[in-house]
Design a binder for this molecule. Sequence first.
Ligand SMILES: Cc1cc2nc3c(=O)[nH]c(=O)nc-3n(C[C@H](O)[C@H](O)[C@H](O)COP(=O)(O)OP(=O)(O)OC[C@H]3O[C@@H](n4cnc5c(N)ncnc54)[C@H](O)[C@@H]3O)c2cc1C
Length: 566
Amino acid sequence: MSDERAVAVVDADVIVVGGGLSGLVAAHELTARGRKVALVDQESAANLGGQAYWSFGGLFLVDTPEQRRLGVKDSAELAWNDWQGSAQFDRLEDEDSWAVRWARAYVDFAAGEKRSWLDAHGIKFTPMVGWAERGDLRADGHGNSVPRFHVAWGTGTGVVGPFVRSAQRAADEGLLTFHHRHQVDELVIQDGAATGVRGTVLAEDSSPRGVASNRDAAGSFELTAQAVVLAGGGIGANHDLVRAHWPKRLGTAPKNMVTGVPEYVDGRLLQISDAAGVRLVNRDRMWHYTEGIQNWNPVWPGHGIRILPGPSSMWFDALGRRLPDPCLPGYDTLGTLKHLRTTEDIADHDHSWFILTEKIIEKEFALSGSEQNPDLTSGDRKAVLRERILSKGATGPVEAFKNRGADFVVATGLDELVAKMNGLTDRPLLDAASLRGQIEARDLQIANPYSKDSQVQGIRNSRRFLGDRLSRTVAPHRILDPAAGPLIGVKLHVLTRKTLGGIQTDLDSRALGSDGRPIDGLYAVGEAAGFGGGGVHGYNALEGTFLGGCLFSGRNAGRAAADAVA
Ligand SMILES: Cc1cc2nc3c(=O)[nH]c(=O)nc-3n(C[C@H](O)[C@H](O)[C@H](O)COP(=O)(O)OP(=O)(O)OC[C@H]3O[C@@H](n4cnc5c(N)ncnc54)[C@H](O)[C@@H]3O)c2cc1C
């Protein structure tokens, strides 16, 4: 192994650290303006595109033709009201000072130029608009008042693809140099200005995309340029870091979680930035899901998949009590996490349960991830129609989880189901009679088109939206009706995913130092920047805002850095 430090004054104007969506968009804006870019990533070329490649490709857009076609009336005003109710910014003088400005700018972008800009880059949308994060049941609280989750053709691969191809073209034209397997260990900041990065050249690794790669050192490197863009992602694969920043308001962190991101989402670049005097804010804000399941066919260590649930499954805690409002499937991610982690007698258990019917799984279960949605990812319109509208069964990947997933049990009767559910925990925690009482009480609420049960009200509300009635919400039925098919129990885990805080940036994506002033030549984008400003989401996300945040912050950084190095 050679350990000679190769100091390269690279033939580039700007170094971009991170080849995920945010770094690629910044690189695209730079090379489109004729600037030379060195794109540095610790992973191999096979991983270009980062997390976005694996993503579901859902994007938050406001007042679009897709929404209007489904009868949805949306507006920038409504979206901004929803954003503020969700974000609950409360550090306005300090950590939220730029975040709130980013939020306003981002909602305007999502209601304005975003769709035409994406279209110009070849990103097209399916007719489906999902209703994610329906909220905490308050008009001025958390949640989307209307469906806004626009799924791109090609899912995540369709969103990141144009920017991967742009980087490859720029490389062919000599405007971009790839530095794969280059792990940045240090930022070089001299006299208040960023001038480069230092790090370890990692040994070659031929693992397929997403598989954990080796960290064997094969040398070291130093690159210098006029500006550096930090696009290193969040902390989701580093459970120690997740636990270290877990906020008291969410109770105790689970002992066991499944991992919703590849291992390279390790949080190291944030620690490195911190050590270099870059200002990190809102680190206690994170976005982890409560509907995680263990992947029967894992790619990365501890690989979990998030269920995107429709509204009909009944949700119970580890001791078999139905969760209270607004802890309903698809309503309030962090409200549910808080309930599960702060309620004393269940916080010792790391799981909760869905109980549902075959009819529900067939229409309402979707799985997040490009590989879990091969029809949408391939862009084959006919396959989508067949799989999602015309077919009677669940999608192939959902069916595979039902049959092979470690967290799924199926039975014809409730007693048998509960016995099987109890078989998935160290000791039996569920009582069949208690569960039966709660399910029968809920089932009695189905006979009329109105009800006192808020979940049943929610199901009926959901079916008034054409998109949900067609493909996401099953007609209300009794859970214990044998005609609804076998019963299904799903053991749910907390799944780590997104980092809502990060490097504080101004609206040009310039990274701030510990004195709150921009560090010359330093930019931060994507998840590393809390998707802009160090926390554009505040405490809660409306979904589809992460890819969008990478696009928006990467775009701002690329344009500003191009001007700065001109
Ligand atoms: C399964 C899944 C589904 C998702 N679905 C959606 C969705 O539908 N809608 C939505 O809005 N969002 C979704 N997301 C979230 C979204 O994909 C991510 O938040 C986003 O892609 C993050 O992009 P990024 O560029 O900030 O970081 P990343 O994609 O994490 O890229 C960071 C890159 O930096 C590199 N890096 C890190 N540290 C170093 C270092 N020290 N030296 C060199 N290189 C380094 C990493 O190797 C990596 O390639 C999903 C995510 C996943 C995993």
